[in-house]
Design a protein around this ligand. Structure first.
Ligand SMILES: Nc1ncnc2c1ncn2[C@@H]1O[C@H](COP(=O)(O)OP(=O)(O)O)[C@@H](O)[C@H]1O
Ligand SMILES: [Mg+2]
Length: 406
C-alpha cells in the first residue's frame, strides 16, 4: 500500500495537465483564455454561466465527442444572427487549443471544427463540419494521438442515472476507461459503429435480397473488430477489479464489476479466432432480424454491472448518493491505475460533484484529490463548500462569458 502511494506520488510530482486553454466560438465563449495551475481549480458562478462548458472544452482535448457526447454542429457559439438564419456562415467553426504539460514537458494540442463544402459545386449553403486535430502545430493528427498527451476522467450529473438507464451510456463509460490503456480502442469503437450502420442500411435497403458479398465482407470486418473490442473491455474490467481488490479504499465503497455480452462471454471459453468465426455467423444469421426490427446481438449490446460488495447489492438498487459513491470508487481506481500504467496523471473533470454527496463524502473526495496531487476542474454553485481547499486550489468565477480569478 505504501509502495503504491509512493509510486503514484513519483508520477504526479512531475505534474501534468492543461496550463493554457484558449477557446474560440465555443458554446457561450467568443474568446476565452485561461491559465490554470496544475492542481485543483474550483469553478463557480450562476446557473448557465458556462462552467460545464469549460469542462466540456477540456474533454474535447481527448478522443471522442466530449463529456456531453455532443453533435459537432451544436457546439459552435450561437449568436442571435446565426439563430435567425437557417444556415451557418462561411468558415463558421470553433476551436479549442491548449498548452499541456506532460510530466513537466510542454506540448501544444488543439482541436477545431471547420465548415467545409461537401461538394465543390456546392453554393455554400450545404456546409458540413469537419473536426481537425493539431499537435505541436502539425495539422492532420488523429484524435487517438491526443490520448498520448492528455487524458481526462469525468463525472457529470447525467451520470447519476448511469446504472439505472439503458446500456448505451454504460458502454460508452466503459469504453472511455479502456481508451487510456489501449490507444486503438477509440478507433475500434468508431470503426465498428460505422461498419454497423453501413451493414444495417444495406440490409434495410435491400428489399429482402440479403445474399450479398458486400455484407459478408462487412460481417468479417465487424467480427474481427468486435472481438478486439470485447477483449479490450474484458481486460479493463479485470484490471480494475484486481486493483480494487488489492487496494480497497478506506472511505468509498468496494465495488465489483462484471461484464455481460455474448461475445465477451465466449472469450472466457474459446480462443479469439473461434469467437470471431462465431460472431461472423451470428451477424449473418441476424440479417433477418434487421428486416424484422429485432434487436441485433453483439458488442453493440454488451453491458456491465457494478456491485456494492459490502451490501451485496447491485448498483441500480442503491440510493442516488450511494450510486455516486460507487462511481467515485471506479473513477478513483481508474485514476490510480492510469497514473501507474501511463506514467502521467489524468485530469479530473468533476461537474457539480457535491450534489448527492453528504459533507463527509464530499470532504473525503477533496482529501483524495489532494492526496493524488493532480489537476482537477470542479464546478459548484457554492464556493463555501470548498473551504478546505483555501490556499490550495485556484478559484475561478465565471461571469459575462469570462473567467475572473477570485
Ligand atoms: N452553441 C452555443 N452557443 C452559445 N451559447 C451556448 C451554446 N451551447 C450552450 N450555450 C449556453 O451555455 C450556457 C450553459 O452553459 P453551462 O456551461 O452548461 O452552464 P453552467 O455554468 O450552469 O454549467 C447556457 O446559457 C447556454 O445557452
Ligand atoms: Mg453545469
Amino acid at each position: 500500500m505504501d509502495n503504491l502511494v509512493s509510486n503514484i506520488k513519483e508520477v504526479t510530482s512531475k505534474k501534468s495537465g492543461v496550463i493554457r486553454l484558449t477557446l474560440t466560438d465555443f458554446r457561450n465563449y467568443a474568446f476565452l483564455r485561461v491559465c490554470p495551475h496544475l492542481g485543483p481549480v474550483i469553478i463557480t458562478g450562476e446557473n448557465g454561466c458556462g462552467k460545464t462548458n469549460i469542462l466540456e472544452a477540456i474533454s474535447f482535448l481527448t478522443p471522442g465527442r466530449g463529456l456531453r457526447n455532443a453533435k459537432l454542429a451544436d457546439i459552435r457559439r450561437f449568436t442571435p444572427a446565426i439563430i435567425n438564419q437557417d444556415y451557418a456562415p462561411q468558415n463558421g467553426g470553433w476551436g479549442i487549443f491548449a498548452s499541456v504539460a506532460k510530466n513537466g514537458e510542454e506540448i501544444e494540442i488543439g482541436t477545431a471544427v471547420e465548415k467545409i463544402n461537401r461538394d465543390s459545386y456546392d453554393d455554400g449553403t450545404h456546409l458540413s463540419d469537419r473536426r481537425i486535430v493539431k499537435i505541436n502545430g502539425q495539422k492532420g493528427a488523429s484524435q487517438n494521438e491526443l490520448g498520448q498527451y492528455l487524458s481526462a476522467i469525468w463525472l457529470t450529473p447525467q451520470m447519476d442515472r448511469l446504472f439505472r438507464g439503458g446500456s448505451q451510456p454504460r458502454r460508452n463509460f466503459l469504453d472511455r476507461l479502456v481508451y487510456a490503456f489501449d490507444n486503438e480502442h477509440a478507433k475500434r469503437t468508431s470503426n465498428f459503429e460505422h461498419l454497423y450502420k453501413q451493414w444495417y442500411q444495406i440490409i434495410k435497403g435491400s428489399n429482402g435480397h440479403i445474399d450479398n458479398n458486400w455484407l459478408l465482407t462487412l460481417e468479417e470486418n465487424m467480427a474481427a473488430i468486435g472481438v478486439a473490442i470485447a477483449a479490450a473491455r474484458r481486460e479493463q474490467i479485470a484490471r480494475l477489479n484486481r486493483f480494487i481488490k488489492n487496494t480497497p479504499d478506506d472511505i468509498f465503497p468496494n465495488v465489483e464489476l462484471t461484464l455481460s455480452g455474448i461475445i465477451e462471454e465466449q472469450l472466457d471459453l474459446l480462443p479469439a479466432i473461434d469467437v470471431e468465426d462465431n460472431y461472423r455467423n451470428l451477424l449473418k444469421k441476424q440479417r433477418n432480424n434487421v428486416l424484422s426490427n429485432i434487436n441485433i446481438d453483439g458488442v453493440n449490446r454488451s453491458d456491465f454491472k457494478v456491485f456494492y460488495k459490502k451490501k451485496k447489492m447491485p448498483a441500480e438498487m442503491c440510493s442516488t448518493g450511494e450510486q455516486k459513491s460507487l462511481l467515485i470508487s471506479i473513477i478513483l481506481a481508474q485514476t490510480k491505475c492510469q497514473i501507474l500504467n501511463q506514467g502521467f496523471a489524468p485530469i479530473l473533470l468533476l461537474d457539480e460533484i457535491t450534489a448527492h454527496l453528504d459533507d463527509a463524502k464530499r470532504d473525503a473526495l477533496l482529501a483524495k484529490i489532494r492526496e493524488l496531487d493532480l489537476q482537477a476542474f470542479i464546478t459548484a454553485t457554492d464556493v463555501d463548500l470548498f473551504s478546505t481547499f483555501k490556499n490550495y486550489a485556484q478559484f475561478w468565477e465565471v461571469k459575462n462569458n469570462t473567467v475572473y480569478l477570485r
